[in-house]
Design a protein around this ligand. Sequence first.
Ligand code: NAP
Length: 341
Amino acid sequence: MEYASIPGVSTPASRVGLGTWAMGGTQWGGTDDDESVRTIHAALDLGVTLLDTAPAYGFGHSEEVVGRAIAERGGRERVVVATKVGLEQRGDGVIRNSSRRRIFEEIEVSLRRLRTDYIDLYQVHWPDFDTPYEETAQALLDLQRAGRIRAIGVSNYSIEAMERFRRVAPLASAQPPLNLFERQALEDIVPWCRANGLATLTYGALCRGLLTGGMREDTRFEGDDLRKTDPKFQPPRYAQYLQAVQRLAQFARERYGKGVLPLAVRWVLDQPGVTVALWGARHPGELEPLRDVVGWSLDSEALAYTDSVVNESVRDPVGPEFMAPPERRPEEPDEQPVAPV
Ligand code: NAP
């Protein structure tokens, strides 16, 4: 495993972090807790130290599973627990709420679920346009000073929002989406973080499973699985993404003797400014390819080739915007539509 440091966090962070969204169950067609705990233990055995979770993942369930897995294994101080704050449940979905009141409520519940008395990295999940960034930043600074959290991060924030935020509180990290098919962050967030000393935890390394090489045109998703509505998984566009994956898989095999999944994760890790790539998994066996991710890197020719494959195959690209939760409207709080995280 490769390790990096996150400002303010004493435990070294593995450069591949385990994402636990699917372990929450909702939006991923259900989940098996015992299997999830085994997956977390398998990740720790493979040298993963960073676990990324959020209260919004299964409305607390993912945090509970992470808390249970760490408690059963022991060694809390060897794990970087990265969770989030600032989304509030409304019906079957969430709205954004990063008010001071909300943050102080959420931290207590998260600490209880995670069975710990501190959080290593506490990240604002989505910008809340109805709460001044300064209010959110001050609340988190107060929690940091009280020792409840070690470092402060944000996710899905613009550069302008981060600039405002860090006039009040030190920002250790940002969490934008980044994978071979979703590269916007390389144009703005990642270079800005690199220039300003922030770590980046980039999410969706496998583009919600698309880059595993296991998806087919006739793959069906069950229950509330968000890929039923993810625009990348809808025909006719889906076929373009699958064609790109097929070509990338051939390249990975012929050039490196590896699968497309290690290539996809390596591609993220090799981008200047990326600290940690988050890989979502909920079955121990899914982490097997991790061994093929570390100890090598893509050269400039390979990086250029992967770019050309994506640009040629995906003629009608679409980003990850469908995941954005609705904004809060304080004047009509109960009439807001709700959406998945
Ligand atoms: P991802 O890493 O792009 O893909 C995860 C999915 O890929 C898994 O759930 C699994 O699907 C499949 N998979 C993983 N390894 C596999 C293997 N070896 N073989 C076959 N399939 C495999 O997805 P993600 O969960 O969206 O992103 C990773 C993490 O980033 C999340 O868990 C979360 O911590 C974070 N995230 C943050 C935000 C944010 O707003 N800050 C948004 C999205 C994600 P199955 O479970 O169906 O097997």
